[in-house]
Design a protein around this ligand. Structure first.
Ligand SMILES: C[S@@+](CC[C@H](N)C(=O)[O-])C[C@H]1O[C@@H](n2cnc3c(N)ncnc32)[C@H](O)[C@@H]1O
Length: 282
């Protein structure tokens, strides 16, 4: 391909945000599909983040009743889908990575879970699930991995009955975004040396996309789509939701599940790496 042709393709894509989003979504899907076996082996039935920071507040905010119809958006290996079903919910669990769904069907098969290959950023595909037929929706640790969160919010709004709740957890965009770092500094505190642990944030207000890893040794980095809170929640508000629950979750002092002293579980109990929100359809 000549340089002229390359230049013209780049110009077309920059002029066409929807094509750019489609390309980003495509590469996100390829990365998650490639990482699925690793993810399933390492995540298994849940890690420290899941058991201590994500699932307890998600459960509290979701307040599942037996018989609830729930959609589990970006279900990964089915960790949450199975648990929702065990609580008596009827679950449709979707993910866009075929290998993730294979893992889910093997590890977390359940009579009340219907696993489906669907892209949350594809409005037409999401519309095939119907409308106003779900009581609740969950998306555990996935909205920051989605190229087009506006379409995801609108699709969930369409699927939920009036008053239905949408609970999601994400990496906290203020403190645990792809451009933030955990630091340790030795400080002279009036004659006593002590180590101060902090999160340093270099970028926040402008949305950006950056490759990263959800877990150590992840085979293929996947794209993170950083959005400041005002951008993320605006997408929910514009889709017809109100925010009616919020938890900012950190590890309790003294918890040390990671191997590095700079792991979130070590010394960062005042800084929440995870945010869990409940939005309700008006
Ligand atoms: C960090 S994993 C979380 C998986 C699972 N919810 C959990 O808590 O273990 C993110 C998941 O989002 C999925 N995903 C990302 N974008 C998606 C999209 N547009 N539609 C459906 N699934 C998507 C990925 O395939 C991956 O399984």
């Amino acid at each position: 391909m000549s340089e002229a042709n390359v230049a013209s393709i780049i110009v077309v894509r920059m002029d066409d945000p929807s094509q750019q989003t489609a390309d980003e979504n495509h590469s996100a899907r390829a990365a998650w599909d490639a990482n699925a076996a690793f993810w399933d082996a390492k995540m298994g039935d849940g890690n420290d983040f899941f058991h201590l920071l994500e699932w307890p507040p998600a459960l509290e905010l979701l307040a599942i009743h037996a018989g609830d119809r729930v959609i589990d958006l970006a279900c990964g290996n089915g960790l949450t889908s199975f648990r929702l079903a065990e609580l008596g919910a009827h679950v449709i669990a979707i993910d866009f990575a075929p290998a993730m769904l294979d893992a889910a069907r093997q590890r977390n098969r359940h009579d009340r879970v219907d696993y489906r290959l669907l892209d949350a950023c594809d409005a037409d595909a999401m519309a095939t699930l119907g409308s106003e037929r779900f009581d609740a929706a969950l998306s555990n640790m996935a909205l920051m991995d989605m190229a087009d969160v506006g379409t995801a919010f609108r699709s969930i709004a369409r699927l939920l009955r009036a008053g239905g709740r949408f609970v999601f957890s994400i990496v906290h965009p203020c403190f645990n975004n792809p451009a933030s770092v955990q630091t340790a500094e030795l400080v002279d505190d009036g004659g006593t040396f002590k180590t101060v642990y902090a999160a340093k944030v270099a970028r926040y207000l402008t949305p950006f996309r950056q490759l990263g890893a959800a877990m150590d040794d992840q085979p293929v980095p996947h794209p993170y789509f950083h959005r400041p809170l005002q951008v993320l929640f605006k997408a929910g508000f514009e889709a017809g939701f109100v925010l009616d629950g919020l938890r900012e979750c950190s590890f309790a002092p003294g918890t040390q599940t990671g191997t590095s002293p700079l792991s979130w579980s070590g010394h960062f109990s005042e800084i929440p790496p995870i945010l869990v929100a409940r939005m309700r359809k008006r």
